[in-house]
Structure formats: C-alpha cells, structure tokens
Design a protein around this ligand. Structure first.
Ligand SMILES: *Cc1c(COP(=O)(O)O)cnc(C)c1O
Length: 228
C-alpha cells in the first residue's frame, strides 16, 4: 500500500476493510461475524455524513458532551451509536438516551445507574487488562460478580466483554485473555458471546482471538484534530 493510495477517506476505509477480510480469512472466520464501529471522537459531524455515504452504519464516541451534541446534530441519520469511553454514573442515563450500545460498563454503581432508565440498553462489560485500577474496566477476577449484578438488573442487556489491549503487552496475548473472560461470562450469561476488541493498530490480533466488534478510529478517519 503506497502513501498515495491512503489519501482519501474512502481509500483508508477500503484498506481497513481489506485488512479485516485478510485477518478473518487467516483466522478461518466469516467477515459477516465481525462488525466495524468507526470511532469519530474529536471529528466533526460532517465526517460522519461522509462515512455514511460510504456505507458505514456504526459509530463510536467516547466523550459524553461531544457525543450528545453530535448525535443530536445527526438525528436524521439511520445509524447506530456506540459509547466506548468511560461513563460517569451520574451521566449514565443521559448516555443511554442517545447510545444504542454502551461498551464500557465496568462497575456496580454504573449498572445500578443504568437500571432506572426507560427501556433497555445493550452493554458490554469492560475488562481492565492492565492491573492498574485507575484505568477503565473491571478486574478479570471480578467480572463474574459484575455480570451477576447486571444479569438481575432490569434495563441492561449484556452482549459480551470489551477490552483495550495494554500498550506494554503483546496484543495477541492480551486478546487471548479477553477470550478467556468471554468464555467465563458465557457460563453465566450464555447469550453474551460478543467481544468488543481491536483498534487501528491491533484489530488483526483481535480478530485472531475472536473479536466480533472492532472499534477503529484513526486508521479510517485519519489523525484526530486534537490529541485524545
Ligand atoms: C479512540 C478509541 C478507539 C479507536 O482508537 P484508534 O487507535 O484511533 O483506532 C477505540 N476504542 C476506544 C475505547 C477509544 O477511546
């Protein structure tokens, strides 16, 4: 792939789609079992419209205020919004109002905060692979307890597990641990078999370890306007 060939949004999207197809083939999986969520944080609403014109239907955002105003501005579009950033418990009900899927449910107070919203929201339980409790996610050995709580909480539909590979670890081995957590979750909630993992730099490894929902930003959008 030459630099020239990656110049436009359409070309970057196509390059990533090719990369996903290749990884799926190498993993012996079907691309139909793999969804791509394009993470558009820090980018303007106009970029989302360009991506919709290219066929993208799933979008990810990670900051509540930015996400809320972008979703409102784009309310005419028939797309699915995924919230992938950390959620403050007191903002949880608002996030659930404009997001169809929340990927970052990681603690009991957040589960409780989501319980009282109207209707039901699809959620992933985020696992912290770093061992540093200040990062988002529940420790793997506390996943079962959190899942049990979510299971008995009305208004929450658990889809599976979500994780971000730590910078200091080989992504393949990190995602292998995510797969173990996924297996563990399914012993409690058999339908919760989806895995949200894989970003611009490691989606291939995530696909190898069973990821079903990729969250890809810069490889498709180009660099974000501000550091983030
Ligand atoms: C920003 C972000 C992504 C996308 O990251 P890229 O490296 O730009 O692909 C994925 N997941 C989460 C939780 C993010 O915050």
């Amino acid at each position: 792939m030459t630099e020239r060939a990656r110049d436009t949004l359409a070309e970057r999207l196509e390059a990533v789609q090719d990369g996903i197809s290749n990884a799926a083939r190498d993993a012996g999986r079907s691309t139909e079992d793999i969804s791509t969520i394009v993470v558009t944080k820090f980018h303007p609403a106009s970029l989302v419209r360009e991506l919709v014109a290219l066929g993208v239907r799933d979008f990810g955002e990670s900051r509540h205020q930015e996400a809320r105003s972008k979703v409102a501005e784009l309310s005419d579009l028939d797309v699915t919004w995924h919230f992938v950033g950390q959620v403050q418990s007191k903002k949880a009900r608002q996030v659930a109002q404009y997001s169809q899927v929340i990927h970052s449910v990681d603690r009991a107070p957040l589960v409780n905060a989501l319980a009282s919203q109207d209707g039901s929201v699809d959620c992933f339980l985020q696992i912290n692979l770093t061992g540093n409790p200040s990062r988002g996610g529940v420790a793997p050995d506390e996943l079962e307890q959190l899942a049990s709580r979510a299971l008995v909480t009305p208004g929450i539909n658990v889809l599976g597990v979500m994780a971000i590979a730590p910078l200091e670890e080989n992504p393949r081995s990190a995602f292998a641990r995510v797969r173990e957590s996924s297996d563990q979750l399914q012993t409690l909630i058999p339908d919760a078999r989806w895995i949200s993992a894989g970003m611009s730099s490691d989606y291939r490894e995530a696909i190898m370890e069973g990821a079903t929902h990729l969250r890809i930003g810069t490889a498709i959008t180009g660099n974000r306007p501000q550091a983030g």
